[in-house]
Design a protein around this ligand. Structure first.
Ligand code: MG
Length: 396
């Protein structure tokens, strides 16, 4: 491992865990966090959660688990080149999607709408939010933090995984002001503070965020083409892709379509990784940061160069228009919305259908209990529960 730079997070300078624990003899604290994430139940569920294509549509499409592994690979490569802490980046990459609902963004949007709108009478006593729960709707980043702080139940002495501050901070990528204020009340100066102060997170957290974007831009092209919803001809309008496609075709005129696609994506990924390394190195040098605290006061220093940022923006817009809003994807989205909404209403009307609350659990509103239960489901469990409770099978 190359030398850790002074602007990197260091486990020995960690702000620590919420429940103090003695250090492990052979692992640093960020390794230990990564290992706790891997052993969590929420991590194992990622294998049956949708990224873009519903999990039952095909065995080769990305799921949230394989996506998270790709984010970890990209994040670690870049961390090593920049002298950042690889173990922390890996822990963040593997944990970043733990709070996602089943059915990808469709599930999350549906659950958010339910929390805001359903049932229409907001004053029912069982729906009064308690200080122990998030306010408002459903935020998947906040839910990821909720998973590692509260919902995982594995240890005798505390709820959650008791991760280091740096790991929890990186997991909470975004957060509404209302929830930042709530976190600040529960944990003064903790993971909510930076949203109130307008500070940046650590470079490792910034990197995990960017690696997420690089990963999904590339694998959504791959899944999109393999599903038949996107064609290479359509992708010809995306400069970042077309440039490499043309070069590969020139070099290997007889290459079959599958290898052509993989080689193009591989070159596109490599170019973005090198671009982030060069642009971030320059930004870090220019800012002259010498510590994590100085990093927090700067604008995000982990970045693409301006020309690459413009090209990845064009690719994102292409994927939004041609893939995420493809009629076939939207049809699945609509079914997913129905499943989540109906499950929410049924559990809310008949809480006996929910798993029993753990003895000694902190009190939370019924709405939040329902949301936590649905958010934790895999795609196929949600489909089975929906079939069990409504007798309808929307997915065959
Ligand atoms: Mg992700």
């Amino acid at each position: 491992m190359p030398e850790l730079q002074p602007y990197a997070c260091h486990p020995e300078r960690s702000r620590g865990r919420r429940y103090p624990q003695a250090p492990a003899p052979t692992r640093n604290d960020f390794q230990r966090d990564r290992d706790r994430v891997i052993h969590s139940s929420a991590f194992r569920r990622l294998v049956y959660k949708t990224q873009v294509f519903l999990n039952h549509e095909g065995d080769l499409f990305r799921t949230r688990l394989t996506h998270s592994l790709e984010v970890a690979q990209l994040g670690r490569s870049i961390a090593r080149a920049l002298g950042l802490h690889e173990d922390l980046v890996e822990a963040l990459a593997l944990a970043h999607d733990l709070g996602h609902t089943p059915f990808g963004h469709a599930g999350q949007d549906a659950l958010n709408a339910c929390l805001h709108q359903l049932p229409p009478e907001p004053d029912a006593p069982e729906d009064q939010p308690t200080p122990h729960e998030p306010v408002g709707g459903f935020e998947h980043n906040l839910q990821s933090l909720r998973v590692v702080d509260t919902l995982e139940q594995r240890y005798p002495d505390f709820d959650g995984l008791n991760l280091c501050f740096e790991t929890r901070e990186g997991i909470l990528k975004h957060c509404s002001r209302a929830n930042a204020e709530r976190l600040q009340q529960l944990e003064p100066g903790g993971v909510g503070a930076r949203f109130l102060l307008g500070h940046a997170p650590s470079l490792e957290a910034q990197l995990a965020n960017l690696a997420d974007e690089i990963a999904y831009n590339a694998h959504d092209i791959d899944d999109g083409v393999r599903s038949g919803l996107l064609t290479l001809e359509q992708l010809g309008e995306v400069e970042l892709f077309e440039r490499h496609l043309r070069a590969v075709r020139q070099q290997y005129p007889a290459l079959n379509a599958k290898r052509l696609l993989y080689e193009t994506i591989r070159r596109m990924l490599t170019e973005q990784v090198y671009d982030v390394i060069d642009a971030s190195r320059a930004a870090i040098a220019e800012a002259g940061v010498q510590s994590v605290d100085e990093v927090r006061l700067c604008p995000p220093l982990l970045r693409f160069s301006a020309p690459m940022r413009a090209q990845t923006g064009a690719l994102k817009r292409f994927l939004m228009a041609q893939l995420y809003r493809h009629p076939q994807v939207l049809a699945q989205t609509e079914r997913a919305r129905l499943v989540v909404t109906e499950l929410y209403l049924i559990y809310h009307q008949d809480p006996r259908q929910l798993p029993a609350q753990a003895p000694g659990a902190l009190p939370i509103s019924l709405r939040r209990r329902v949301a936590d239960h649905i958010a934790g489901m895999t795609d196929r469990y949600a489909m089975r529960e929906h079939l069990r409770l409504t007798g309808q099978n929307l997915f065959d």
